[in-house]
Write a protein that binds this ligand. Structure first.
Ligand SMILES: [Zn+2]
Length: 374
C-alpha cells in the first residue's frame, strides 16, 4: 500500500478575497464560461462581487441558485445548466451541500472546480468528496472524485458575518481530525484517497488540535465582538486567532481527514444520524461528542479526555447526549446507533482493534457520563 497525500492546488484565505476570484482563476489558467452554483444567502452577499471580479478578468459568469439539497436530481439539473452554458469551470459557493453538488457536477462533466465556503462549519471545502442525499434528506451515497478543487477561496469577512454556531461546529469537526488520524496511523488504515497516511498529513492533523486549544476560545470571542462592532474593531491578536481557527476548521482539518483518514468519531457520528432526536444538531456538534466517545472506546488516558472536555466547554461544543438532543434516549435507540456505527465498511473499523456494537454502546455511555461530570 502506498502513502498518498492529496490537496487542492491553491488555498487562499483572507478578508475580502471574494473579490479576487477572477484574478485567482486567471493565475491558475482556469477557463470560462464559469457557472457559479450558490445558495441564496451567498448570492445576496457576494453575487455582485463575483460578477464584477469574473467579468473584469474576462470571464463570462452565470450564477445559478442552489436548490438546497445535494441530491441526484439537483446534480442532474445543474449538470444540464453547465452543459447548456458549455461551462469549463464550476464555482461551488455557500455551505457544504452547494459545494458538494458543484463538485459532483464538475466530476461528471470533467470541469475544473472552485470552492468558496461562506461558513467554516465543516472541513469539506478542500476535499474531493460529495455526500449525496435523497430528496428527503437521507444519505444515499458518498462519491469519491478524482480531483480536489483547483482553488479554495475563503473570505474571512464572509465567515465572520455568519452565525457563530457554524464556527463552533467547524471546531467540532476539526476536533476529531488528530484523534482519527492517530487511530488510522496506528492501524495502517486506508484513507479516502486510496493510500495510507504520510507524516505530512499526521503533522497537519496534530497542528489542527494544537491550534484549536490555543485559539478556539479567543476566535469565538473575536467572532462575537466582530459581529457586534465590525471586523475593523478587532485587534491583531483577535484577528489572528480568528484567522487561525478558520484555517484549522477548513484547511488543516480538511487535509488531515482526507489524507490521514477517519475513524470512530465519524463512525459514531454516522451512527447518531439514525436518531431523529439529534437531527437538529450540526455535523460538527455530533462529531465533537463522537470524538469524546472515540477516546472512551480507545480507553485513552484520563488527562487526554479531560483536555478534550475542557476544550469543548470553552467553546460551547456538546459533551453529553442531552446536548445533542438525545436526553431521553432509551436502550433500544442506543443499540441502533451503535449497530449503525459498526456496520460493514464503516470508518469505525479504522481503529487499531476490532470494534463491536457493544463496545460503542459502552463508549457512548462513558462519554456521556464524563460530559455530565460523572
Ligand atoms: Zn466531518
Amino acid at each position: 500500500m502506498a502513502e498518498i497525500f492529496a490537496a487542492p492546488a491553491r488555498y487562499v484565505q483572507g478578508p475580502g478575497v471574494a473579490a479576487t476570484l477572477g484574478n485567482e482563476m486567471t493565475l491558475l489558467g482556469l477557463g470560462g464560461p464559469v457557472l457559479v452554483l450558490a445558495g441564496a444567502s451567498a448570492v445576496r452577499q457576494l453575487g455582485a462581487i463575483w460578477e464584477q471580479s469574473l467579468e473584469t478578468a474576462g470571464f463570462a459568469p452565470a450564477i445559478h441558485p442552489f436548490g438546497g439539497e445535494c441530491s441526484r436530481r439537483e446534480i442532474a439539473a445543474v449538470a444540464d445548466v453547465a452543459r447548456r452554458l458549455s461551462a469549463r469551470t464550476i464555482v461551488g459557493a455557500g455551505g457544504g451541500k452547494a459545494i458538494d453538488t458543484a463538485r459532483a457536477v464538475a466530476a461528471e462533466l470533467d470541469l475544473d472546480i472552485v470552492s468558496c465556503p461562506t461558513i467554516a462549519s465543516t472541513d469539506a471545502p478542500t476535499s474531493a468528496i460529495s455526500v449525496v442525499y435523497s430528496d428527503s434528506g437521507v444519505v444515499e451515497e458518498v462519491r469519491l472524485h478524482p480531483q480536489n478543487p483547483a482553488l479554495v477561496l475563503v473570505d474571512t469577512d464572509v465567515i465572520l458575518a455568519a452565525p457563530d454556531r457554524y464556527l463552533v461546529a467547524g471546531m467540532g469537526d476539526a476536533l476529531s481530525t488528530w484523534f482519527e488520524a492517530r487511530a488510522c496511523a496506528r492501524s495502517g488504515a486506508t484513507h479516502s484517497r486510496g493510500g495510507t497516511t504520510t507524516r505530512a498529513a499526521l503533522a497537519l492533523a496534530e497542528l489542527c488540535w494544537t491550534t484549536l486549544r490555543a485559539d478556539g476560545a479567543l476566535a469565538l470571542a473575536a467572532h462575537r465582538a466582530g459581529q457586534l462592532d465590525g471586523a475593523g474593531t478587532l485587534d491583531a491578536e483577535a484577528r489572528g486567532a480568528f484567522a487561525r481557527i478558520v484555517e484549522a476548521n477548513t484547511l488543516l482539518s480538511g487535509l488531515g481527514f482526507e489524507s490521514a483518514g477517519l475513524a470512530a468519531a465519524h463512525g459514531i457520528h454516522n451512527g447518531l444520524t439514525v436518531a431523529p432526536g439529534c437531527h437538529a444538531a450540526l455535523h460538527g456538534e455530533k462529531v465533537a461528542f463522537g470524538t469524546l466517545a472515540q477516546l472512551c472506546l480507545e480507553d485513552a488516558p484520563a488527562g487526554e479526555i479531560d483536555e478534550v472536555l475542557a476544550f469543548c466547554r470553552s467553546v460551547g461544543l456538546p459533551v453529553t447526549l442531552r446536548q445533542i438532543g438525545l436526553g431521553d434516549i432509551d436502550g433500544a435507540m442506543l443499540r441502533r446507533i451503535a449497530e449503525r456505527a459498526v456496520q460493514v465498511g464503516e470508518v469505525t473499523h479504522n481503529e487499531p482493534f476490532p470494534v463491536t456494537a457493544g463496545m460503542v454502546e459502552e463508549a457512548i455511555r462513558q462519554a456521556d457520563a464524563a460530559g455530565r461530570g460523572g
